[in-house]
Design a protein around this ligand. Structure first.
Ligand code: PLP
Length: 395
């Protein structure tokens, strides 16, 4: 009677959402101060003040019918031109408005891109640890996710990648800064990846796409900007979102940029438009499209995230946890001291700590701690983390 696959997706919420709901219920029951909720990547830093100012100006000064009406499916031309010009100025990549497709955040950008590319039996390579929704988007487009497994090394394992690709591979999905590990791929890795993909194209005589998923590009703590993949590899489809960079996660705004240098760039763009249509997106939220046109060059204040990262990583390492100091995003990846991460997440819940087991990211034995919380939550959680660690060590 129902579509089994959709029923299953809807009735089994993602582990992250499940924990997020649990955290809210537990806080209502026990009091907020008893719960340390590190489950979800909801930005804790408010949007830059200019965002509210521009929104107010837009609402007060724009003709209301035009402000709230449909735009072209691919987005308002002036908005797309603003995004293209900003990318061009920043990365010296020759985008124009005709390469930009506005979306409801990175999720829609990914779902649309995958749908646009996917033909029967196509495979999409994803690198563990990875954002779990990739599997949902790939499978519902009729494709097959092929995972490059994770053995504790957070770089790209090129030997495993070689084994993962096949004559059915349509695209590699690359996420840097990474959710859940915070890893930022450096220039050497991206250059090598680009060489790998070029060699694949040469051997197979057809395009291999890189889908660059970069909602965390602006959240980096080192001095170097992450390499911009479209400048290393022409067949790159860039998926971006303002969810994290401008703390607008609930407003659903982002874009797809099809590289103008991609083989058949125009056809890819048409397929993107077709997929957006088939998926029923109509157009991205118009108020926020127009806001973005005014805010393309705004950057977040990430000092609070950096402070949280250092506080949490230092505090947990001092207790005895093994963690990887991340260069970007707002997640700390920590090894479960008892091996089994699901069991460890259960034990953590007993101490009021809500963290996500790595199994959902294809990284068994690891935990994700989202540190986009107030500093106070981190400070207050430290005794609970210590108690948890000591209770695990006793056994
Ligand atoms: N890609 C990654 C790696 C993410 O972590 C997220 C959200 O957490 C998304 C995509 C989707 O973000 P958006 O809110 O823009 O849909």
């Amino acid at each position: 009677m129902l579509n089994e696959e959709m029923y299953s997706l809807g009735s089994k919420r993602s582990v992250i959402r499940e924990l997020f709901e649990y955290g809210k219920a537990r806080a209502a029951e026990m009091g907020k101060d008893k719960v340390f909720d590190f489950s979800i990547g909801n930005p804790s830093v408010p949007p830059p003040t200019e965002v509210a100012k521009k929104l107010k100006e837009l609402v007060l000064n724009t003709d209301a019918a035009a402000l709230h009406g449909y735009t072209s499916a691919q987005g308002d031309p002036a908005v797309r031109a603003a995004v293209a010009n900003s990318l061009k100025a920043r990365f010296n990549t020759p985008y124009t408005a005709d390469n930009i497709y506005m979306t409801c955040g990175a999720s829609a950008a990914l779902a649309i891109t995958i749908r646009a590319l996917c033909e029967k039996d196509d495979e999409f390579v994803i690198f563990a640890p990875y954002f779990p929704e990739y599997e949902v988007f790939i499978k519902s487009a009729g494709g097959t996710p092929v995972s490059v497994s994770f053995d504790g090394d957070l770089g790209i394992d090129f030997d495993s990648l070689e084994k993962a690709v096949s004559d059915k591979t349509k695209a590699l999905i690359v996420n840097s800064p990474n959710n859940p590990s915070g890893t930022v791929y450096g220039e050497k890795t991206i250059s090598r990846l680009a060489e790998f993909a070029k060699a694949f194209e040469k051997k197979h005589g057809r395009p291999l796409f890189i889908i660059a998923d970069e909602p965390y590009r602006e959240l980096v703590y080192g001095s170097a900007e992450p390499p911009f993949i479209p400048n290393y590899y022409d067949d790159t489809i860039y998926c971006y979102s303002y969810s994290k960079s401008l703390s607008l996660a609930g407003e659903r705004i982002g874009y797809i940029a099809v590289s103008p240098k991609a083989q058949c760039a125009k056809d890819v763009y048409y397929a993107v438009m077709g997929a957006g249509r088939a998926l029923g997106y109509v157009c991205a939220p118009v108020l926020f499209q127009r806001l973005i046109a005014e805010c393309t060059d705004l950057r977040p204040n990430i000092s609070a995230y950096r402070e949280n990262r250092d506080l949490l990583a230092n505090g947990l390492s001092e207790i005895g946890y093994e963690c990887v100091l991340p260069d970007g995003a707002f997640y700390l990846f920590v090894k479960s001291p008892i091996g089994d991460s699901i069991e460890f997440a259960h034990k953590a819940k007993e101490e009021g700590i809500i963290i996500v087991p790595g199994d959902d990211f294809a990284a068994r034995g690891w935990m994700r701690i989202a540190y986009c919380v107030s500093k106070d939550v981190i400070d207050r959680s430290m005794p609970a983390f210590r108690k948890l660690f000591e209770s695990c060590m006793k056994k």
